[in-house]
Structure formats: C-alpha cells, structure tokens
Design a binder for this molecule. Structure first.
Ligand code: GLA
Ligand code: ZN
Length: 687
C-alpha cells in the first residue's frame, strides 16, 4: 500500500517556495531587508534558506560570535509568515581560520596546497576544521533549532572535491587497513604485482596523483570510495551537535546534478531529506526530448536515493545562470514547466538560487527573483509569483510519491570503474549516455521509473534495466537471478559482468556471474570509431514482433547464445549474422541482452514491446506526442498526473473516454486538451 509521507516539517505542511537568501550581504542596508520581505510576500515565497556562506558574519574573530543579525532576520521573517531553512556555513570559511590553521586548506591531487579563497575547499579530515564547524553548529542549534520559524537544517553547501594532504593520506591508509586487514589482501585486491607495484609497507600507499600513480584501478576506486567515506563522516560530525540539541529537526545537504565525485547512495544515509540543485541548459538545443528526459532522470535518481520519499528542489534559477557557456533566459512558460517537472517527480519544494542578486562578486549576474532594479515589475518576478500561486493550489500533493514498476540501474561505483578502465574505447564508453538513452524510451511513454543502484531491492519492480553493468558486486547476480526466476524481466547490455567490486576481471568467461541468467557468453568486444556504424537485423517472427534493422554504434559484443534465443543479429563486418540481441527464459521470467549500442528508434520499439508484454504502470493511458511526457504521484487513493509539453509549439492531447479534474482550477477535464508551448497541466483521478 502506498503511503503518504509526512511533510518536511509539520510546522509548515505546504510546498516550500523561495530560495537562497543572503541578508548578511545587506546588513548595512536595512531598507533592502524590509523591501525583501514585502517582495517575498508579493511573490508567494514562503521559505528562505539563510546563512549558507555567513561564517564570517557569524564569527568575525575566532571564538567571538555574532548572532544578533540572524536573530533579527529570522524573527522578522517569521512575523511576516516566512519560514527558514537554516544553513551551517561550513561551505566557505573566514580568512582568519585559514591563516591561523593552514591545515584546513585543501591539497590538490598534484600535492599543491591551496591559498585562502573561493569556497567548498576545506580539508574534510582536518580535526581543527571539524572542531570549528562543530562549535559553530552547536551554537547555531542552541539558538535556533527550536525556533518556530526554522523548518530544516541545510548542511554546508554542495559537498564535493577531494583533499590529498598528509592528514587525508593517513586517514586513507587507516580506512584501507579497516577494509583489507592485511597488506597481502590489499595487494591481491589491487593486483599490485602488475608493474611491480606491490606494497611492502602501509606507509608506501599514496592517493592517486598525476605525477604519481593513476593506473592502479583498485587504488583509484578505493580512493574514490574513501573520499565518499570521509566526506560522509564529515557530514556526520556536522549533524551531531545539531541533532543533540533538537533530534526532531531534519537535515539535508544540497546535492549536485550527475556529480561523479561522491557516491550519493552512501551519503544519502546521513541526511533525512534529499535535496538537489538543478540548472538545465534549457533552450540550448532544438532537441527538447534529450534534455527534458535527462532532467527527469535526475529527479528520479534523487527521489530513489531515499526509496521514494519526496525530495527537495533546493536550487534552480528563476531565469538564467551565469556560469554556463552562455547565459540563456528561460523562455516564457519554462519556469513554471521546469518547476512542475520537479514536483511531478516527487519534489515538495521549488527553491531558487537566488532570492536577490548580490551587488558584487562573481554571481552578480546570476538569475534571481529580485534583480538589481530592485522592484517587482519584471517578467521573472511575475513568473515566480505565478509558480508560487500554483504551488499553493497543489497542497494535497505534498507527501505523495511516485510508484514505479520499472527501474534502471545507475550505479556510482560502476560508473567510476567503467570509465577508469583503459580500453576498449578510451574515446568514450559513454556509460551516462547509454543510461540516459534507455531512460528516454520510458519518458516518452510516460512510464514512472526509479533510478537505483545495484545494492537496491529489485523485488518491487517488474522490469529491471541494467545498462553497462560492468562491475557486478558480490551477491548482485544472485539477486538478479532471483528477480528473474520469480517472473521479473531483466535487460542487460554489452560490456556487462566484466569485473568484481575490486575491479578484478571475472575469470571463466564474460558476463561473469550474469552469464547464467542471460544465457550467453561474450567472447570479444569490438569498438567502432565515432561515425562508424554496424547494425542489428531482427530475426523474422521473433517473439517481440520487432522487425527491420537498427543502427549500432560504439561497442559490439561478440556473443554466443548458450541457453538464450537469438532475436537479432549483426548486419556486417566479420561478425555479421552473429547474435546481437538475445532473450533467455529463466524461471518464470526473461533476461534480455542487447550486445551493442542501438539507436533511439530501437529503444522505442524494444521497450515498447516489452512494456506491452509485461504491462508496467504508466502515468496515464494516452498517446503522448514527442516532447510531451506524463508523470504521476499518488497517495494510494488518487493519482496526480502531470502532463508536460517541452516543445516550443502547441500540442494536442486526447484524454480518451476518462474524465479528470484539473487540480489547479478544479475544473472537469475530458476529451481533447491543448498544451501551450512549454505548457503543463496537473490532473487528478481516483485510482
Ligand atoms: C550552486 C551553488 C550556489 C550558486 C549556484 C549558482 O548550485 O550551491 O551557491 O553558486 O550554484 O548557479
Ligand atoms: Zn586533507
């Protein structure tokens, strides 16, 4: 039974609409702060995130704290009905801290130590940094954690990067000792006999460096794991004093789009609510589908990190960014559409970077609700106001979630390993592109998808897609077998089942532990140059009723069908007529193998056939024109359907014989509806 999740904080059970607010930059301009409050109310903004980079304003000298301004702001906002997400300011530190305690400065992979400056660049091992953060966090908590206007903690800002200082090297070695116990075990796992890399003492181990080691994949992989471990440990230290003061105030930290440096699956365990910062380059291309479906995939990924619990859109721009190669404006309608897209996938907030443009420094031209002109008579302000207005009408959707019967595996450690490998295609195995292209086929059909990692529970799905599952960790193949045996449908692609979790190749034939369930043996893999193609020809009368041929690019696995049946074969080259698409009946289910990178039209046809066969749930049972998707949230009784048009032209949708209610207007909807360019509609239907 689907449950409705509790709101982020019971004190304010509504959609959060607001953004990063830096009153600390305007303390000498009290009139601006009063004006901000007037404008917040006018724009239907209700929650501001405060204090993200306010460390120097809060602790101008070591041990001398100044909370007065923050008291005043939080109280003033609260009196005006505006709530606060309160940040800990560890994302950027005061100069006095760097100068007095240089150990807090990060050391880069090339072993050059940073000077003071920028942000997001502390050593996450440094005991002094940890201590200073803990002191400030405790004081913040003591003062504000029980304030009626404070809804949530925002821990630091966009954790990322790595530090290679001596403290971190030592911590890395200790982490390795924990993991392997003995050097012999480590040498075996990293296959250090290669190029005489065998370690004879723990002290010889150094993190990867451009002028040192980069080719020992086990080392690279474990270093990345360690960076996640240490960053997560840092977060744990940040959270501790906050929870000691008020265990009931939830914490989040804002995560980044498709960020590769951290394994978010591990980090997510330390926070109560997932939030992320979303900056798509809308209108950068005439292909609306690619970008829109990719952003949907990101939303699904962040929701899946907490098994479906609603997440937060923590940052988005109301107009443009200033750091992309070109600062494009969101065209009329896109702001509402992209905000509703987040909500459709499970976000209970629409928050911005930033409320007001800073007057100076590097983000002075980044989009904001309030521009330098300082008033409300702007296009952007009006669009933000409209979003706020619509969000207030969607209250009943708070806490509902997406229920998917389809899952795609996007595994961070697999991503690290498959991209670190030398060969078979150093110009790009395009793991991410492959995942995106599989996802896109479901997006076009309005099929809810969870984006999970290989450690997640597979049993709740009917269809499990594992693009390029190069690394297969212990126990995963067994769980996939179990899934298929019980009737599940599993889809794997080329370059799967190659290494174990230590990045050591499986012996005895690829795809290693997946060989049995897939019923194939992958003997060799051929790489195609960019622009070079092969093709797959479907066998006549194949069981999916697919026909014709489809273009193949990038990588071609040369496989033998063992227990599998062949559905398609290669078109040319010396492996023409050899299997390229297979299905293996296994227990009550089926396991498909796609041996090469196939075009979007294949994915549309192939997944279309699978979906019909196994009947996975769709948001709504209607035809969707290209560039229009449907997504849905549910509370178990009602279905909230978001139909979104990412095209810059009108699109007509036929709702068929069903009738729905429009959640925003309350009107009954049936028959044909026209979605404007970048238009969206939210419908309700009883399940
Ligand atoms: C990130 C940061 C913000 C701001 C925005 C600009 O998401 O968290 O502080 O720099 O980028 O887009
Ligand atoms: Zn360090």
């Amino acid at each position: 039974m689907v449950k409705k999740y509790a709101p982020i904080n019971e004190k304010f059970p509504h959609f959060y609409h607001g953004g990063d607010y830096n009153p600390d930059q305007w303390l000498k301009h009290p009139e601006i702060i009063d004006e901000d409050i007037r404008l917040m109310k006018l724009s239907n903004c209700n929650v501001m995130t405060i204090g993200i980079f306010a460390w120097t304003a809060l602790e101008p000298e070591e041990g001398k704290f100044n909370f007065k301004w923050l008291d005043e702001i939080i109280n003033k906002l609260y009196k005006n009905g505006i709530y606060v997400v309160l940040a800990t300011p560890s994302g950027a530190r005061p100069a006095w801290l760097s100068l007095k305690y240089p150990e807090v400065l990060r050391v880069n992979a090339n072993r050059v130590k940073n000077l003071h400056g920028e942000r997001h660049n502390h050593c996450y091992t440094s005991p002094i940094y940890r201590e200073k953060v803990a002191i400030l966090n405790r004081k913040l908590a003591e003062r504000f954690a029980n304030h009626p206007g404070v809804l949530l903690w925002h821990i630091s800002n966009e954790f990322g990067g790595e530090c290679h200082c001596e403290l971190c090297q030592e911590a890395f070695r200790n982490w390795l000792k924990e993991r392997y116990g003995t050097l012999e075990e480590l040498n075996e796992a990293w296959w250090t006999g290669f190029w005489s890399h065998t370690y004879t003492d723990w002290s010889q181990i150094q993190s990867p460096a451009p002028q040192g080691d980069t080719t020992l994949h086990g080392l690279n992989l474990d270093w990345k794991r360690f960076v996640t471990y240490q960053t997560t440990d840092f977060i744990r230290q940040e959270v501790k004093p906050l929870k000691e003061v008020n265990p009931n105030l939830s914490v989040t930290t804002n995560l980044m789009e498709f960020y590769e440096g951290l394994d978010y699956w591990k980090l997510a365990k330390e926070i109560d609510i997932v939030s992320w910062d979303n900056y798509p380059e809308w209108h950068c291309d005439t292909d609306f589908v690619d970008l829109a479906s990719y952003i949907s995939m990101m939303h699904d990924f962040f929701r899946s990190l907490k098994s479906g619990k609603p997440f937060m859109l923590m940052e988005s721009t109301p107009s443009m960014t200033n750091w992309q190669s070109l600062s494009k404006l969101k065209k009329p309608g896109m702001h509402l559409l992209s905000s509703l897209q987040a909500v459709a996938h499970g976000s209970d907030t629409v928050q911005y970077f930033q409320w007001r443009k800073s007057r100076g420094a590097s983000e002075k031209f980044h989009g904001a609700v309030v521009d330098h002109c300082g008033h409300e008579n702007t296009r952007v302000f009006k669009e933000v106001t409209e979003v706020g207005d619509i969000l207030t009408k969607l209250d009943e959707i708070i806490g509902t979630t997406v229920v998917a019967e389809t899952a795609i595996i996007l595994d961070t450690e697999n991503r690290w390993a498959v991209k670190d490998a030398k060969g078979p295609r150093n110009c790009g195995v395009n793991y991410e592109e492959l995942v995106k292209s599989q996802y896109k086929a479901f997006w076009k059909k309005g099929i809810p998808v969870d984006v999970i990692d290989m450690q997640c529970d597979f049993s709740k799905y009917k269809l499990l897609v594992a693009p390029m599952l190069y690394m297969v960790k212990t126990g995963v193949a067994e769980r996939i077998e179990e899934f298929v045996k019980k009737g599940g449908t599993f889809v794997a692609t080329y370059w799967s089942g190659i290494v174990d979790e230590n990045d050591l190749c499986f012996l005895g034939g690829f795809p290693g532990p997946l060989r049995k369930v897939l019923g194939i043996w992958a003997e060799e893999i051929d790489s195609l140059y960019d622009g070079e193609t092969n093709g797959v020809v479907l066998q006549t009368n194949n069981e999916l009723s697919l026909a014709g041929s489809y273009e193949a690019i990038e990588l071609c696995d040369l496989i033998h069908a063992e227990t599998a049946e062949v559905l398609g074969v290669y078109k040319k080259d010396f492996y023409a007529d050899r299997p390229a698409l297979t299905v293996n009946k296994f227990g009550k289910g089926k396991a498909y193998y796609i041996a090469t990178r196939l075009s979007d039209d294949f994915n549309d046809a192939f997944y279309g056939a699978l979906i019909n066969e196994i009947n996975v749930n769709r948001a709504v049972d209607i035809e969707l024109p290209l560039g229009v998707t449907a997504q849905m949230r549910t509370d178990g009784e009602n279905k909230y359907i978001f139909i979104m048009n990412f095209n810059d032209t009108d699109k007509t949708i036929s709702l068929g014989s069903e009738s729905y209610s429009n959640v925003v207007s309350g009107k009954k909807m049936e028959g044909k509806i026209i979605l404007k360019p970048f238009g969206a509609i939210v419908l309700k239907h009883r399940l």
